[in-house]
Design a protein. Structure first.
Length: 398
């Protein structure tokens, strides 16, 4: 029997929440709950490229799966972004900050918009993220950087650059002379205009506003999830670590591949993420469940207290399933969702209460025929199936 769920509650994978929705439509509800409570917002919105983006399918999936279109007329785009940025200002705490990731197309227009919404005095930095990958233009200098506009909510902003400091290291710089002090510490010195400057190799140096040491993800990178606009975790670490503390709430209204949530969870922050694409939901779900199962997190004493809640509209997808049940197992032999020629990409079994699904067992890479163990103590087991397009359905096991 088909049932309809509006959320699912995982005991692991957080701490955090994801909403499948358009950000501008969800913002009024988010503001009711989270106004003034968000420490950090990172936004990686469409850049106004005019392109369509796709996700590369995994083995046995369709070759390319549509993600989103970035072809909004400019006036409509700017009106849309003003709504989102105004909502972000309301969500931020007095110590909070916003990082808006954009490129040359909308940089100037959105910076003026941020000056208007946040106040010109609350501008912090225009960060240049330079990289080597990309096209090779000949009619102009190749465009090899994005910009990240960094604004604070108020003068009370929290920012701790030491969180991303790196040891200076053993290499001398600027013709400095190397020495060893009486405590055995290796250092370097240089005299300029009659003043002696001394540095030690274990002193921290901090990134400037030009980041050329973080590369774009390559095709065979281990982080790659097939998501066209996926950003590297190192980039989000440089943003999250200095602008938030453990336990703080980090928000991303264009979740995409879930990098913000993943980096926040790895570093003890809570996450609040939103995306309009069902593919973002399935990508984040798999990513966060896999992360939560990693030995590094399982060894932490708080690993069992990282709930993840995924919110979405109650689906009405067509679902055709052939299955059998014995005393211990549900065996699914055939399944098709929304009449799309796509295999099952995720499956779970658990129970439903007040239209919320509580999985007892999840499988992130299922293959048919699929065997799911019946959960103990559950009178009315529920199975969840999701295909590669993000279509999903729930049904009770009779």
């Amino acid at each position: 029997m088909r049932i309809y769920c509006k959320a699912e509650h995982h005991e692991i994978g957080g701490p955090g929440s994801f909403f499948l929705a358009r950000s501008e439509k969800l913002l009024p509800e988010l503001i009711k709950t989270y106004e003034g409570k968000v420490q950090l917002i990172y936004l990686d919105p469409p850049f106004g490229t005019g392109d369509s983006f796709q996700r590369k399918g995994e083995k046995d999936e369709p070759g390319k799966i549509p993600l989103f279109r970035d072809d909004m007329p400019e006036a409509e785009y700017l009106k849309w972004m003003r709504t989102i940025l105004t909502g972000c200002h309301a969500l931020l705490s007095p110590t909070g900050s916003l990082y808006l990731h954009i490129d040359w197309r909308m940089n100037a227009k959105l910076r003026l918009m941020l000056d208007d919404i946040f106040g010109q005095d609350n501008f912090m930095d225009e960060i240049v993220w330079g990289y080597k990958s990309g096209g090779r233009a000949t009619r102009f200098y190749p465009r090899k950087h994005d910009t990240i506009l960094f604004y604070r909510k108020s003068r009370r902003v929290y920012f701790n650059i030491t969180a991303v400091g790196q040891p200076r290291g053993p290499e001398p710089r600027n013709h400095m002379k190397q020495f060893v002090d009486q405590d055995g510490r290796v250092g370097f010195s240089i005299r300029s205009r009659g003043k002696l400057y001394t540095y030690y190799e274990d002193d921290l140096i901090y990134p400037s506003d030009v980041w050329t040491d973080i590369e774009h993800l390559q095709q065979k990178d281990k982080e790659r999830l097939g998501y066209a606009t996926q950003k590297p975790e190192a980039l989000l670490e440089r943003i999250i670590l200095p602008s938030s503390r453990e336990g703080d709430l980090v928000c991303d209204l264009f979740s995409g591949s879930g990098t913000t949530a993943a980096v926040a969870a790895k570093n003890g922050r809570r996450f609040l993420t939103v995306d309009a694409s069902p593919l973002s939901l399935i990508t984040l779900r798999k990513r966060m469940l896999s992360l939560a199962s990693s030995p590094s997190l399982l060894d932490e004493p708080e690993a069992a207290h990282r709930p993840m809640i995924l919110h979405y509209p109650a689906n009405r997808n067509k679902c055709e399933v052939d299955y059998t049940v014995d005393e211990r197992t549900v065996t699914i032999s055939e399944a098709q969702l929304n009449r799309r020629p796509s295999p099952v990409a995720y499956a779970a079994i658990g129970y439903e209460k007040e239209h919320i699904f509580y999985p007892a067992r999840t499988i992130t890479k299922p293959k048919l025929p699929l065997k799911l163990p019946l959960p103990n103590g559950v009178d009315r087991p529920v199975v969840q199936l999701v295909n590669a397009f993000g279509d999903q359905a729930f049904f009770t096991v009779d």
